[in-house]
Design a protein around this ligand. Structure first.
Ligand code: NDP
Length: 279
């Protein structure tokens, strides 16, 4: 089976660079999709309290026959649970739903600058406690801009292990990536194929044709060669397998540069500076 590269986080923990995302997978489809992913060889699952399918992720891991230690599982704090007492309860509820006694990685899902007086630092301190208790083996953030990260740096003790942000060829996020690289924070690229946005792009198409690969494989490979952690989502068995088959070829430096030059700062999701959590 293909060996997925491991990325070493700033606390010494390792994370498989390729995982499987379960955003927008219906509860009823999640056990099947995650089971297919685990059978294909994925050993990293990315879920969130807000996705409503943590229980099914836990069920698929339990049924897989794999050791819990061999599957890296991430979840994220719901936007409604930023107040410290709520955050603790929400974390406990995640573990209970999944049937786990620890998470490999737990993230603050959104910084929510306009809610709770912008006090994501108090929320982060709860994650620091969970980390010290060993119940979250690594902790991190999602959708944090450099100014949010700078506040954490100044007002808390533990540097996030990762920042999970939207990244794909039309949104290369150079500024956030540079800040994170300087501070030892790994980048997790969400919506790695832009939910399909760039699959028809002619530049991607011609590189794919030359490489004998699909556009999705070329984009995923581009992320891998840039060093980011990715977890494409699919409920389609053939695509789950296709997205895993990205380690038997390499893009040239000029292919990588050509794809990066497609950037037009085009988001598919909300802007972290204005998103209020939808409630
Ligand atoms: P992706 O970029 O992974 O795209 C998923 C879409 O692309 C689905 O419609 C899927 O269709 C389709 N697709 C998947 N593989 C292929 C392929 N090989 N060829 C053609 N189409 C394909 O988007 P997501 O938004 O799902 O992002 C991935 C993960 O990132 C999420 O599942 C979640 O874990 C995380 N995420 C985190 C966010 C955050 O705020 N932290 C926000 C959004 C996502 P189908 O399923 O029908 O096959």
């Amino acid at each position: 089976m293909t060996a997925v590269p491991q990325i070493s986080l700033n606390n010494g923990q390792s994370i498989p660079q390729l995982g499987f995302g379960v955003f927008q997978i219906e509860k009823a489809d999640t056990v099947t999709a995650v089971t297919t992913a685990l059978q294909t060889g994925y050993r990293h699952i990315d879920t969130a309290q807000g996705y409503g399918n943590e229980e099914e992720v836990g069920e698929a891991v339990a049924k897989s026959g794999l050791d819990r230690a061999d599957v890296f599982v991430t979840s994220k704090l719901d936007n409604s649970a930023h107040l410290p007492d709520d955050a603790r309860l929400a974390f406990d509820a995640s573990l209970a739903a999944m049937g786990f006694d620890y998470l490999d990685l737990f993230l603050i899902h959104w910084p929510l600058p306009d809610r709770y007086d912008g006090d994501f630092v108090s929320t982060w301190k709860v994650l620091e406690e969970l980390y010290r208790e060993g119940r979250a083996r690594s902790i991190g953030v999602s959708n944090f801009q450099p100014h949010h990260l700078r506040r954490l740096h100044e007002e808390s003790e533990i540097t996030p292990a990762v920042n999970q942000i939207e990244v794909h060829p039309y949104l290369t996020q150079d500024e956030v990536r540079a800040f994170c690289s300087e501070h030892g924070i790994a980048i997790e690229a969400w919506s790695p194929i832009g939910q399909g946005l760039e699959l028809e792009d002619p530049v991607i198409g011609s590189i794919a044709q030359r490489a004998g690969k699909t556009p999705a494989q070329v984009i995923l490979r581009w992320h891998i060669q840039r060093g980011d952690i990715i977890f494409p989502k699919s409920v389609t068995t053939a695509r789950i397998k296709e997205n895993f088959d990205i380690f038997g070829f390499e893009l040239s430096d000029s292919d990588v540069a050509e794809i990066s030059a497609l950037n037009k700062n085009q988001r598919t999701g909300p802007d972290p500076d204005t998103f209020t959590g939808g409630v």
